[in-house]
Design a protein around this ligand. Structure first.
Ligand code: BGC
Length: 385
């Protein structure tokens, strides 16, 4: 049923309406990392600010993309909006929320740096009567979330895993697993989706996991508990950090024998990590070919796909997510009840959610999915056919 739901969602990508989901569960969360800070603001149209938006970091193109799409979507709104970035710091994130509260926001749209750490910030906002919308990543361990707008993250992982399966021939194909940050609930959902399709193919010998003893120990289990996933993620996390992804891939290839290389298959959780990991695998002379996944349709990865350096990306059309978040905010400001399509449990409550489908993009459909849909311009790429 879930698979049917996911297939339906993928087929319906360019329809603006979102798909509903069976209940999803939140993943365990731990502490976040702190780095430099930065902000970027839209000037309020009059007096205070109506809607405050807090995004995790400018260091990843994904979130800069969201900011651009928010700005595009907000050009014609009568409401004033301000966007702030937390630069990988939960402390800065809380400061941002407080700064927006001081400006009188009525709605907070927030994508947490760390799912659990963000609870304190949204508790404060909620106590002031602000409506809180969790954006893309679910905030866990709090009752203070009113709504959640998200992509279908389980489907993202399933699509990545299925892509590797579809490209594999015969038995014994080396498989390298990588994951996102354990502080991000989505990292668990992506991994859960990927594992659900890859595990049977590990069990039947199509793939052999090469870089995680924890995954090997659990490879007989089709469904993993969150604790079990945590153990694997702890070993293969990239922390959503380019350098960590590169270092980990280098360490894995250094300890692997030539026989563990050859034609390899790599589950990379997103585009940024995929590019870092792909560069490492491409430079290893014992790697004859590689298939590597991604997600986000970042411009740099679209170029990598065109150039044959990254195999696929899961296209998450940020225009739709932004439209849903803004639509929800405007509904609330106008006293209407926003439309939702399902719920996600954040360990404390079931949060009403609106979910958006995703689409697989590779060299075969990059032009139609990304250029012809108007997501990016052809002139932004080289060698596009
Ligand atoms: C988002 C991805 C993003 C990743 C790293 C996830 O929560 O859903 O789109 O690539 O975080 O920032």
């Amino acid at each position: 049923m879930k698979r049917f739901f996911a297939t339906l969602c993928m087929a319906a990508l360019l329809m603006v309406s979102a798909c509903s989901s069976p209940q999803q569960t939140a993943a365990p969360a731990s502490s976040g990392e702190v780095s430099s800070t930065d902000t970027n603001s839209e000037t309020p149209k009059s007096g205070g600010t109506d809607v405050g938006i807090v995004l995790p970091t400018k260091d990843e193109p994904r979130w800069v993309q969201d900011e651009t799409r928010f700005k595009d979507a907000l050009k014609d709104t009568k409401y004033s909006v301000e966007v702030l970035f937390s630069q990988g710091s939960s402390a800065k994130e809380k400061e941002n929320v407080e700064a927006l509260m001081a400006k009188g926001i009525k709605i907070l749209i927030i994508c947490p740096q760390d799912a659990a750490a963000a609870a304190a910030a949204v508790d404060e906002a909620k106590a002031e009567g602000i409506t809180v919308i969790s954006y893309d990543r679910l905030i866990t361990d709090t009752k203070s979330i009113d709504y959640y707008v998200t992509f279908d993250s389980i489907s993202v992982g399933k699509a990545q895993g299925q892509y590797l399966i579809d490209k594999a021939k015969g038995k014994g194909n080396p498989l390298y697993l990588y994951a996102g940050a354990a502080t991000d609930n989505n990292a668990f959902l992506f991994f859960e989706g990927a594992w659900s399709v890859l595990q049977p193919k590990v069990a039947d010998g199509t793939f052999i996991i090469k870089n995680s003893s924890e995954a090997v120990a659990l490879q007989g289990k089709s469904t993993l508990s969150r604790d079990e996933m945590s153990k694997i993620i702890a070993q293969v996390t990239t922390n959503w950090d380019f350098k960590e992804a590169k270092n980990k891939a280098e360490a894995h290839l250094t300890s692997a024998k030539a026989a563990d290389k050859g034609n390899v298959f790599i589950l990379a959780p997103n585009d940024g990590m995929a590019r870092s990991i792909a560069d490492v695998f491409a430079a290893d002379t014992d790697v004859k070919s590689y298939v590597i996944t991604g997600q986000d349709a970042e411009k740099a990865s679209i170029q990598y796909i065109i150039d044959g350096k990254q195999s696929m990306t899961v296209f998450k059309d940020v225009r739709i997510l932004v439209k849903d978040a803004i639509g929800m905010a405007v509904d609330i400001l106008e006293g209407k009840i926003p439309e939702t399509t399902g719920t996600y449990n954040n360990k404390v409550i079931d949060v009403k959610a609106k979910q958006t489908p995703v689409q697989v993009v590779d060299a075969s459909n990059v032009k139609s999915a990304i250029i012809d849909s108007g997501y990016y311009k052809a002139s932004e790429f080289k060698n596009l056919k």
